[in-house]
Design a protein around this ligand. Structure first.
Ligand SMILES: Nc1ncnc2c1ncn2[C@@H]1O[C@H](COP(=O)(O)OP(=O)(O)O)[C@@H](O)[C@H]1O
Ligand SMILES: [Mg+2]
Length: 377
């Protein structure tokens, strides 16, 4: 069992906060990915959980035991780092068995565990080799095996795939997903790579400047981003974000922006006047359609991705991107029409960047005059 609870944990280095009041509840057996841009505090948070860094504030609980100030070796956790840090003079078998030798486990038991773990990770044939005679992917698996040998409740991994080339990274990703399923252990995994996060995570915690911006399943973060930061971080290319106005005509609401006049999937009762918003549309949700008039623009560039094309176009002052099957059949300077499903238009507050809650279908619309935000009734 390993349920990890992070309760308002902060870490200050001098005057700067690396991590600020982060709270997370990670279920036993969950694969949680800490995602975010470089410098947002992912490693610092993981290192505090591992016991390699002391929090300035807050609590870390493992199965209801307060481990906030416990030594790393007294936590039932194993850490796998970006650099594998294998002992070069030791064989693979000795590297894997190292944590058990350090704990004075009987030799027969060490040999048994090393064989078991090597079997799980397909390292049986490599046990007598030294790290120098291994590929990057094999070294990475040895580092994982060394973490697994103690059978810890939870694995903490800090960008373990970042030193691998693209092909190996994708293969190892699949291996990790499989390994997690077979072990049923709790995985806490740090990465700045959205593809790793989207493909591996049960849930993603997206960090921004030391704070949790949103926690949820990959689908939740992708389909219902809580803020423009989340919308802009996930997706390649990311969500188109542009200024617009929500306006009412005969009880129906429309998004109006440069070159855009599109009906929204929300209805209004007592809407009041226009509301300024930051609108968001994912590139793959824009469909080229010569007859469409809700959204029109002029093509500025077409990028060939092989299977698809990215069509960049401008609608007056705004430049947007549409992702289309290849060939898109449009050329630079052409005037194009695009279709967008009303449900695919996201609306965010223009200054706070937060998702506007009145988009939710079950919610009624009213205006909150104090906050200048249209909010849930
Ligand atoms: N030992 C340290 N001393 C001072 N500042 C640090 C230290 N470790 C990390 N930081 C700062 O804390 C912030 C978060 O760093 P880090 O946790 O490594 O981010 P990430 O892993 O998301 O890239 C950065 O601004 C970094 O410069
Ligand atoms: Mg880091």
């Amino acid at each position: 069992m390993a349920r990890l609870r992070i309760d308002k944990v902060s870490k200050q280095f001098g005057a700067t906060y690396a991590v600020r009041e982060v709270s997370l509840d990670i279920a036993d057996g969950e694969f949680l990915v800490l995602l975010g841009p470089s410098g947002c505090g992912k490693s610092t948070l993981l290192r505090m959980i591992a016991g390699l860094e002391d929090p300035t504030d807050g609590l870390i609980l493992l199965d209801d035991n307060d481990i906030t100030h416990r030594a790393p070796q007294q936590r039932d956790l194993a850490m796998v780092f970006q650099s594998y840090a294998l002992y070069p003079h030791l064989t693979v078998a000795k590297n894997i068995g190292f944590p058990l030798r350090a704990r004075h486990t009987p030799r027969a038991r060490i040999a048994e565990r090393v064989a078991e773990v090597a079997g799980v990770l397909g390292l049986d044939e490599l046990l007598r080799r030294k790290p120098a005679a291994l590929s990057g992917g094999q070294r990475q698996r040895v580092a994982l095996a060394r973490a697994m040998v103690r059978d810890p409740g939870a694995f903490l991994m800090d960008e373990p795939l970042s030193n691998l080339d693209a092909k190996l990274r994708s293969a190892t990703r699949a291996e990790l997903i499989d390994l997690h399923r077979r072990l049923g252990a709790t995985f806490l995994y740090v990465t700045h790579d959205q593809v790793e996060a989207m493909t591996m995570a049960d849930r993603i915690a997206l960090l921004n400047e030391g704070r949790v911006e949103q926690v949820g399943t990959p689908t939740e973060l992708y389909d219902r981003p809580r803020s423009t930061f989340v919308a802009g971080f996930l997706g390649a290319p990311p969500m188109n974000l542009f200024p617009g106005v929500v306006t009412e005509r005969a009880g129906r609401l429309f998004l109006v922006a440069d070159g855009i006049d599109a009906e929204l999937a929300i209805t209004a009762t007592d809407f009041g006047g226009d509301v300024e918003v930051t609108a968001g549309i994912r590139p793959e949700r824009l469909r080229l359609d010569a007859t469409a008039d809700a959204l029109r623009g002029r093509v500025s560039m077409v990028e060939n991705l092989g299977s698809e094309e990215l069509v960049h176009f401008s609608t007056g002052t705004t430049t947007l991107c549409a992702r289309a099957p290849r060939p898109a059949g449009v050329h630079v300077d052409e005037n194009i029409g695009l279709r967008v499903d009303p449900a695919d238009i996201h609306l965010f507050h223009p200054t706070s960047g937060l998702r506007m809650t009145w988009q939710e279908p079950e919610q009624d619309v009213h205006r909150d005059s104090t906050a200048e935000v249209v909010a849930v009734a």
